[in-house]
Design a binder for this molecule. Structure first.
Ligand SMILES: CC(C)(COP(=O)(O)OP(=O)(O)OC[C@H]1O[C@@H](n2cnc3c(N)ncnc32)[C@H](O)[C@@H]1OP(=O)(O)O)[C@@H](O)C(=O)NCCC(=O)NCCS
Length: 174
C-alpha cells in the first residue's frame, strides 16, 4: 500500500533529491532488506555490516573529494522514500535506484530520475535491469533510455543469476 493512498502517479507528492545523511542509512537498509525489493532487483539481501561498509567507503571517498559516486536520497513530502544515483563503473556512468515498497506505484521513481538527469550532465548514461523488472525498465524508457543489449548475468555475491537488459541514454533530453 502507498504510505499515502491519496497520492497518485499523476501527483506523486513533492519529490526532491538531497544529500545522503548518515541518519538515512538505517531507513535505506530496511527498504532494500524486504524480500519483494530483492526479488524485483534480482539481488540477494546483504548484511547490515556489508551495507554500512559500502556506505562508509562512499562517505570516505566524498570526504577525499572523489566524485565517482553521485548518490542522493529521494524525499517525498519530507519523508525519506529511497535513493538514486550515478556511479562510474569502468568507463561507464551507471544509474541505479530503489524505493521503499510502501512508495511504489506513485510515479516517484520516474520523477526522481527526471531530477537526477537534470543534475548529471554526462552522456551516455547506462542502466541495467533484470528483464523481469518491468517497472524499472518502464521508468528508464520514459526518460529516453533504450535497450542496447540483453545478456545473461551470472550469480555473484550480490546478484542472482538472471537475464538482464542494458539500457542507454545517449543524449540529453530537451
Ligand atoms: C523499480 C522501482 C524503482 C519503480 O519505482 P516506482 O516509483 O514504483 O515507479 P513509477 O511509479 O515511477 O513508474 C513505474 C512504471 O512502471 C509501470 N509498471 C509497474 N509495474 C509494471 C509491470 N509489471 N509491467 C509493466 N509496467 C509496469 C508503471 O505503470 C509505471 O509506468 P507508467 O508511469 O507509464 O504507468 C521500485 O519498484 C523499486 O524500488 N523496486 C525495488 C528496487 C529495484 O528494482 N530497483 C531498480 C533496479 S534496476
Amino acid at each position: 500500500m502507498p504510505s499515502n493512498p491519496k497520492k497518485s502517479k499523476a501527483h506523486p507528492g513533492h519529490v526532491v533529491l538531497r544529500e545522503v545523511q548518515p541518519d538515512d542509512l538505517p531507513v535505506l537498509f530496511a527498504f532494500e532488506s524486504v524480500p519483494a525489493w530483492c526479488a524485483m532487483a534480482m539481488v540477494k539481501p546483504r548484511t547490515n555490516t556489508k551495507f554500512e561498509s559500502v556506505w562508509a567507503k562512499i562517505f570516505e571517498d566524498w570526504d577525499n573529494g572523489l566524485t565517482n559516486v553521485f548518490q542522493k536520497t529521494i524525499v517525498v513530502d519530507n519523508e525519506v522514500c529511497g535513493t538514486i544515483g550515478c556511479r562510474l563503473l569502468g568507463d561507464r556512468h551507471e544509474i541505479g535506484y530503489g524505493l521503499g515498497q510502501a512508495f511504489w506505484g506513485r510515479g516517484i521513481a520516474s520523477r526522481a530520475l527526471g531530477l537526477l538527469l537534470d543534475q548529471v550532465p554526462m552522456r551516455p548514461l547506462y542502466a541495467t535491469a533484470a528483464a523481469t523488472n518491468a517497472a524499472s525498465i518502464r521508468v528508464l524508457e520514459k526518460h529516453g533510455f533504450v535497450i542496447e543489449s540483453r545478456r545473461t548475468s551470472p550469480e555473484t555475491e550480490r546478484n542472482l543469476p538472471c537475464e538482464e537488459v542494458v539500457m542507454v541514454l545517449n543524449k540529453r533530453q530537451s
